[in-house]
Ligand binder design. Sequence first.
Ligand SMILES: Nc1ncnc2c1ncn2[C@@H]1O[C@H](COP(=O)(O)OP(=O)(O)OP(=O)(O)O)[C@@H](O)[C@H]1O
Ligand SMILES: [Mg+2]
Length: 459
Amino acid sequence: MTTKRILVVDNEAKMRRILELSLKAMGHEVAQAADGQEALGMIDAGAFDLVLTDLRMPRLDGIGLLTALRDADNDVPVIVMTAYGTIETAVAAMKVGAADYIIRPFEMETIEMAVTRALTMQVVQRENRFLKEEVSRGWGDFIGTSAPMQALYDLLRQAAPARSSIFIVGETGTGKELVARAVHVASGRRGLFVPINCAAIPAELLESELFGHVKGAFTGAVRDRIGKCELASGGTLFLDEITEMPAPLQAKLLRVLQEGVIEKVGGNAATPVDLRVVAATNRDPQQSVDAGVLRRDLYFRLNVVRVDVPLLRDRRGDIPLLVDYFVHKYALELSRPAPTLSPEALAVLEAYPWPGNVRELENLVERAMVLCRGDTITVDHLPAELAPSRTVAVSVPPSPTSPPVDTDDLALRPHIDELERRLIVQALEKAGQNKSAAARLLEISERALWYKIKRHGLS
Ligand SMILES: Nc1ncnc2c1ncn2[C@@H]1O[C@H](COP(=O)(O)OP(=O)(O)OP(=O)(O)O)[C@@H](O)[C@H]1O
Ligand SMILES: [Mg+2]
């Protein structure tokens, strides 16, 4: 965890000192206040990431401090400390918005855990708020404010409420499934959104998937089964990769759409269905028709409203918004603060042709977030093939030039210890003696680093 600013509020100087020391050992900056009144004077908006306060103090007590903060719309997390036997007060503090409470006497470990948890929760809440904010980043679940996306939103708003079939065309990763779901949501149809991927299901099973089967219809049909069409009745059936559907089945599907009834495989009763169909393909549908892969009559039936999903390279202006959105999405998933993107890295992303469209961008941001341990995503966190001209900077840790190993002494332990000590010294130097940064460089926890520093007598 990066360095945070923590305010310790307690009327006992000794207690403040102990807390300060242990929080500093965790790598945080610590300030002290002797009571609620003094604390209030120090807390401007954003001045501290966390407040750790005693409950019983002269002038302004912990509850008073907490109430004053919340009244001032300051949502800094507050952990209250209370003596055993006054647990009711702690509960009262939780009710007015404390993040957590700790009962005295406590082990330092308890404080450390509570602090870490409160800080993590704060990141999570902040990211959640970001993702939910109704700023103009797009429409529904879509991100993008470019002209091609605006045109898409307009078309969807118009076409969704009607029952007409919609045919979505777009390269892989452009968001075809997102479009299909948006159509369903905006249609106001009360039934389910039921996707079926015609490419993912073996041809011989597809018919029973779509229409269901009766018991004994074929080997393995041990009981009646309801199909996707029936499931989607009253809702929306999404036929993904429609060109992969075998031609005979395309004919049957067309009949279902025309007549509004299905027949289960092996059965002879007709069940009425109320379907709204949305189909999608990443191929050119006219070519598929000409090649005899997609039946012309089915195509006409499905292609009432055609929706072309813009390619990412045709709406590069949306790339910063998308990156920002995915960075926050993965920050939330990883419970960490959202890193920013260096201008060079953004320039690389804006120049790339994006054959895999938004999905490729999303995967790339996720990968960069895993590689980036600091607070800035740089070109080094992007795959080398994105910027072919760039000389690939391989970051090899400076090899600690060891003295020649005394070959008479091959005991592993002391040599490893020595190497560990040197790497720690180097990491601390590189991190300007900041322990949390050094721990990140060493890829160990701050706690582990703390123990190792003590063990090697480095503090
Ligand atoms: N405009 C957008 N805003 C936010 N996320 C998007 C957008 N477009 C696509 N995505 C995301 O990109 C990923 C791929 O989208 P989706 O699965 O809808 O693509 P697709 O066109 O169906 O791809 P394929 O042809 O490979 O099936 C999903 O995680 C989706 O949420
Ligand atoms: Mg898809």
